[in-house]
Design a protein around this ligand. Structure first.
Ligand SMILES: Cc1cc2nc3c(=O)[nH]c(=O)nc-3n(C[C@H](O)[C@H](O)[C@H](O)COP(=O)(O)OP(=O)(O)OC[C@H]3O[C@@H](n4cnc5c(N)ncnc54)[C@H](O)[C@@H]3O)c2cc1C
Length: 414
């Protein structure tokens, strides 16, 4: 059993050795150098998600420097984070890593990675800092129960009990409600967790024969809902993926779960062109290319494979000439170009990347400090909170922001 306040130091326990846990631990030492800080990690390795993040490159934030705009990338937690970003935002993240010698690079899509292109750089940075600041990192120490006592808290891990003054919980997200039982026992409300960031399965749909095709600007709607997203769309061997689909899965995480991942989408392959506009373009093109075969040219720069697929889906012989296109066929083609319906059955994770929508209710947590309003002395940060972003570095940014705030306030008087 460890002793409380050994050497008159305040003991802060960080539960969970992931992104938010390390950032919170480093923030505690930055703001309270005298504090004793211990990270309790249940598995035998810390920072495992950082390691595999961004395909092993770690997309650690996004070059968006307006807090209001940045918060719009979070389907859950927008208003809450807008306030939190006043304390620590993208610029703070860049500055934080720069100060610790980590060079960063912004790609064309505004995603920010370490210049080394390796997540190991981030892990090394965290582990070296933790060592320098004498933060204890204990692995294989799952915390299964927290109990408040007169002076602080008692942490139970398997056969051991640890006495600490303050706690920051950073155990990450989990799509199973039962995984949050130990937190709900402390009277915190848990917003039902569901998976976010997934791709759509379209079993046996002939579209999967077009696997590998990317349409740079497509708009996708979920039928009979208001869900709509646009961006690059990738056709895969199991269905559809790419930023447009991932965004839709994030904004629709809850609705799609209610539908048990059984729904239909409508794809506009021409971004947001309307039917009259498409008609005009097609009529003009037909007029100018009367003798040419339909299959050889299309006015939309669609790949030949996709164009042929859409012609066939519209029951048009692709070997016909443009002048042979009947009014009825034209209408069918327009419908398939801008309102192309695909049934979806099931989901698949995208490169194993996923986050949890739901978690500890933000109503229970003071945004200025990340302290629980239900149990003072207990703080939360990272994906365990009911916060999640779309892909692009936003989930790590939320972990840095909430971790930093929790660390800054964990031993404050007020
Ligand atoms: C494959 C993949 C790739 C990703 N890529 C990106 C990306 O490039 N950019 C981005 O922004 N986001 C990315 N994400 C999301 C991002 O990794 C998470 O949002 C982020 O790691 C959350 O940090 P966290 O510290 O809150 O939780 P986690 O990183 O999940 O860490 C939680 C830690 O707590 C430990 N733990 C859990 N329960 C206990 C317990 N009871 N006691 C002790 N320890 C416990 C866990 O073992 C874990 O080590 C990716 C996610 C995945 C799965």
């Amino acid at each position: 059993m460890s002793q409380n306040k050994s050497n008159d130091k305040f003991h802060v326990a960080i539960i969970g050795g992931g992104a938010a846990g390390f950032f919170a631990a480093l923030s505690v030492k930055q703001h309270f150098p005298f504090a004793k800080v211990t990270i309790f990690e249940k598995s035998n390795k810390v920072l495992q998600k950082v390691k595999v993040s961004g395909g092993g490159r770690c997309n650690l934030t996004h070059a968006c420097f307006e807090n209001k705009e940045l918060s719009k990338y979070y389907p859950r937690g927008e208003n809450y984070l807008r306030k939190a970003f006043d304390q620590f935002n993208t610029s703070s993240t860049i500055e934080w890593f720069k100060k610790r010698g980590v060079e960063l690079e912004t790609l064309n899509d505004n995603c920010i990675f370490p210049k080394s292109n390796s997540s190991q750089t981030i892990i090394d940075c965290f582990e070296n800092e933790a060592k320098k600041l004498k933060i204890d990192v204990l692995i294989q120490k799952p915390i299964v129960r927290i109990t408040k006592n007169e002076n602080g808290f008692e942490l139970k891990s398997l056969e051991e009990i640890f006495l600490v003054d303050k706690i920051i919980v950073t155990t990450g997200g989990h799509p199973k409600l039962s995984n949050f039982d130990w937190i709900s026992r402390l009277n915190h409300e848990i917003i039902h967790p569901v998976p976010s960031l997934f791709t759509f399965n379209m079993p046996k749909n002939p579209v999967s024969e077009l696997m590998g095709i990317v349409v740079e600007n497509a708009t996708v709607k979920v039928e009979s809902t208001k869900l709509i997203a646009n961006g690059p769309l990738l056709i895969t061997h199991w269905g559809m993926s790419g930023p447009a689909i991932l965004k839709l899965s994030a904004w629709g995480a809850r609705i799609l779960e209610e539908k048990k991942y059984d729904f239909a989408i409508l794809v506009n392959w021409l971004n947001n062109l309307k039917d009259e506009e498409v008609l005009q373009i097609l009529e003009k093109f037909a007029e100018q290319n009367q003798e040419k075969k339909l299959v050889t040219f299309n006015p939309f720069n669609l790949s030949k494979r996709l164009w042929t697929f859409l012609l066939q889906k519209s029951e048009i012989n692709e070997e016909n000439r443009w002048k042979e296109l009947s009014k009825k066929s034209l209408n069918k083609l327009i419908n398939n170009l801008i309102n192309d319906r695909y049934p979806v059955k099931g989901k698949t994770t995208f490169k194993e990347e996923f986050v949890t929508a739901g978690g500890v209710s933000l109503a229970n947590i003071n945004v200025k400090t990340m302290e629980s309003k239900v149990l003072p002395g207990l703080f939360f940060a990272g994906e365990i909170l009911d916060i999640d972003g779309i892909t692009g570095g936003f989930n790590f940014q939320a972990a840095w922001t909430t971790g930093w705030i929790a660390g800054k306030n964990v031993l404050s008087e007020n």
